[in-house]
Write a protein that binds this ligand. Structure first.
Ligand code: ADP
Ligand code: ZN
Ligand code: ZN
Length: 715
């Protein structure tokens, strides 16, 4: 095995017993630092290789524990196998961030710490690592200047506020109001003020990084060199990730642009954090340590003295509430500074929202006649339309009317979705796929039919409906294209398809939420949501908030180019087909009135004692049967009450219930909701409960696993 320096293999004589964080799944909760012997007193934060069982693994020397960890009598500590030379120890601020995240999200410290490092750091031999380090370039101050941009009055005001206040800030600005320009200006200021300063820019999705990266590069490469900006997201190769990580850690990178994982980047000189589209659910990690990168960014900013700017056109209700201005009843106001930028720059006015009552339309019409007419007109004039349906595939289920058979997934409590192009039935939960049967597998009836519709079907129907439409002035036939997870599986496919849209080769773009976010489509003048109602009646209390945000985002794709829109005979439009035209979501959306919508939602949440007026956690159990899963949760709750755990007086434990999709891949799933008006009480309870859950587990045969989700995004 690789030896990284000349430390002895056997325990040295004069021992320094060092606490080392390693990723040991067996260790959870407390006490997940292991003691290793070293002849030299290595500083905390040093990256080391240590033996663990029969393997040798990467570890991080942690701070000395408050009470020295004494090994049981007669147990010899194993020696540290080697030190990763040439890499400065991870800074105390970074270690505090990791320790906080592990504690807050109820995970092992070593797991969170090691997951925050690039995977290649674990695997490279010393020479390879040294080569990589040598290649990490220090920034070249390339003597360029930035052409100053005349800011709008709203931008200037926001920038001035950010200058004088410590923050954190919630930049509440319409799509196209120039938020990104504000971020970049603040980054420029921070980097200019201190030759070492670093900035972190978080975006919710990989898809959105290339466009922003190009913009950031164009702005800063002339000043600081190309190496001063690095990306950090899961779409990068392990080698690229290591390179970016080293650049950030050594300070060579001045700007890190990445998805949620980048919140853990080692940035010793961090001065500014931007969280773009801060409301986006993608900031929440949905496996392992279920952290929220936005929330960690706020914590990190406070700890490391970095300013934090959250930006959104539809802020999360948490951030909206936290940034409430002081009022008579509430002279303190919220903790964040709220900044307003309602006007669009360079773009046309926000699109006119048209709510189409489907109760007044011919039955069974996918596209109500007025919407189809509007799309046709736009396409004929050479304008682009975007049609949103948040469900991929051709139809969500196949059905036999003769016997009632449905295309159920054999492993999940869900239907297999009908994909017409490759004639498969596919489960979107477990991935199980099969050929579409020629006849009903149950009764042999050859006439099995799709029910409901997905993007594939919409694309097909629209192409048929528009087949005789001629696009002027080109005089060619109208073209319909689709972008969703199915069309973009291949690497580079999304970029290629987006390029076709930008080049005007597509007249109507059909897609899922993937196309609603962020993209700077210049020529789209009409956006339509054909079937958004489902979210109104979801059991998840955040569903209306999500729907509003999604539709607002989608609306933001229309009329982005003022010149283009002005040339049109009609202003940009957002059409919504609904059976519930009076629903408050649509009533406020029509006025683009996020504050009114947020106000209504917050009033309801306050009344019901829900977030942000309460704090939640979910404990989930997966088991061979629903009974076992629920019995485990009930027993753990009973044990907690019997033990009188701290915080319990302020924490409400709801009875266990099955998840909405109860069975996935043959495993039954149940969850228990915990709610408390006090975050501290909930945290104290969860920390104490870990031990109970661990102790309870062996008594439940058939239990597959359990996990805790703190501040869950979906209930
Ligand atoms: P947002 O991030 O709020 O969607 P952007 O920062 O992307 O908005 O700005 C929208 C458009 O307006 C972009 O094309 C951008 O280059 C342009 N823009 C932003 N600020 C200015 C400004 N002060 N002057 C001219 N154009 C601007
Ligand atoms: Zn049948
Ligand atoms: Zn399945």
């Amino acid at each position: 095995s690789a030896t990284f320096s000349d430390t002895d293999a056997a325990p040295p004589r004069s021992l320094h017993l060092l606490p080392v964080a390693v990723n040991t799944p067996a260790h959870s909760g407390v006490g997940d630092l292991l003691s290793y012997a070293s002849s030299a007193p290595l500083p905390p934060g040093t990256l080391v290789r240590v033996p663990l069982g029969a393997r040798e693994v990467l570890g991080i020397v942690w701070d000395a524990p408050e009470t020295p960890q004494s090994l049981p009598a007669g147990v010899q500590p194993r020696a540290i196998a080697g030190v990763l030379q040439g890499i400065a120890p991870l800074a105390p601020a970074w270690r505090r961030l990791v320790a906080f995240a592990a504690r807050y999200y109820q995970r092992a410290l070593g797991e969170v710490a090691l997951a925050a490092l690039p995977p290649q750091l674990r695997d490279l031999d010393p020479e390879q690592l040294q080569r990589r380090l040598r290649r990490t370039q220090a920034p070249v101050p390339a003597a360029g200047t930035i052409k100053p941009i005349a800011h709008s009055a709203e931008q200037s005001t926001a920038i001035a506020q950010i200058d004088v206040h410590p923050g954190p800030f919630l930049l509440f600005g319409s799509t196209g109001s120039g938020k990104t320009e504000v971020y970049l200006h603040c980054v420029a200021r921070a980097l200019a003020a201190d030759p070492q300063a670093q900035a972190l820019i978080l975006v919710p999705e990989i898809n959105l990084t290339p466009q922003l990266e190009a913009r950031v590069r164009a702005r800063f490469a002339p000043l600081y060199g190309d190496a001063a900006l690095v990306g950090m997201h899961s779409g990068m190769t392990p080698a690229q990730r290591l390179k970016s990580w080293l650049a950030a850690h050594t300070g060579a990178a001045r700007i890190v642009l990445g998805t949620r994982m980048a919140v853990f980047a080692s940035l010793p000189h961090l001065a500014l954090i931007v969280v773009d589209e801060e409301h986006d659910a993608s900031y929440k990690q949905q496996e392992g340590a279920r952290y929220n990168a936005r929330d960690l960014a706020l914590w990190r900013g406070r700890e490391q003295g970095a300013k934090v700017i959250l930006g959104s056109a539809t802020p999360s209700l948490e951030s909206w509430h936290a940034s409430r201005p002081p009022s008579e009843d509430d002279p303190q106001g919220g903790r964040y500074q709220r900044l307003y930028m309602p006007s669009r720059i360079g773009a046309g006015a926000l699109p006119r929202v048209r709510i189409l009552d489907m109760g007044q339309q011919p039955r069974h019409s996918v596209f109500a006649p007025p919407l189809l007419a509007a799309i046709t007109e736009r396409v004929q004039r050479g304008e682009q339309c975007l049609v949103l349906l948040n469900r991929r595939g051709f139809a969500p289920v196949l059905h036999c009317h003769a016997c009632g058979w449905k295309s159920d997934c054999p492993h999940c409590s869900a239907h297999q979705v009908f994909h017409k192009l490759d004639r498969t039935l596919r489960c979107h939960h477990c991935g199980a796929a099969s050929r579409v049967p020629r006849a009903c597998p149950s009764c042999g009836n050859p006439d099995i039919v799709p029910i409901g519709r997905g993007t594939e079907q919409l694309e097909e129907q629209l192409a048929r409906l528009l087949r005789n439409v001629v696009v002027e002035p080109a005089g060619r036939a109208a073209r319909v294209a689709r972008i969703d997870a199915d069309t973009t599986r291949a690497k580079g496919a999304l970029e290629e398809q987006l390029a076709q849209v930008h080049a005007g080769e597509v007249d109507v773009l059909v897609g899922t939420q993937m196309i609603a976010k962020g993209h700077d489509f210049r020529r789209i003048t009409l956006v339509a949501a054909v079937q958004p109602d489902g979210a109104l009646f979801s059991s998840d209390f955040r569903a209306p908030e999500r729907l509003f945000a999604l539709l607002m985002q989608a609306a933001g794709r229309a009329g982005r180019d003022a010149q283009y829109t002005a040339a049109s005979e009609q202003p940009a439009e957002m059409w919504i087909q609904t059976w519930h035209p009076e629903h408050p979501v649509y009533a406020t959306l029509r006025r683009h009135d996020w504050p009114a919508f947020a106000g209504q939602q917050l009033a309801e949440r306050r009344e019901a004692g829900m977030p942000p007026f309460a704090h939640q956690a979910l404990v989930r159990a997966d088991a061979r049967s629903q009974e076992v899963a629920q019995a485990f949760l009930s027993a753990a709750a009973d044990a907690a009450r019997a033990a009188g755990l701290p915080g319990l007086d302020l924490v409400h434990l709801f009875p266990p219930v099955p998840l909405a999709v109860q069975r996935v891949a043959g495993v039954e799933r149940a969850q228990m909701l915990l709610e408390s008006p006090s975050r501290a009480a909930l945290q104290a309870f969860l920390a104490a409960w870990q031990g109970v859950l661990h102790a309870e587990r062996p008594q439940h045969k058939g239990l597959v696993r359990w996990l805790v989700d703190v501040d869950p995004q979906a209930i």
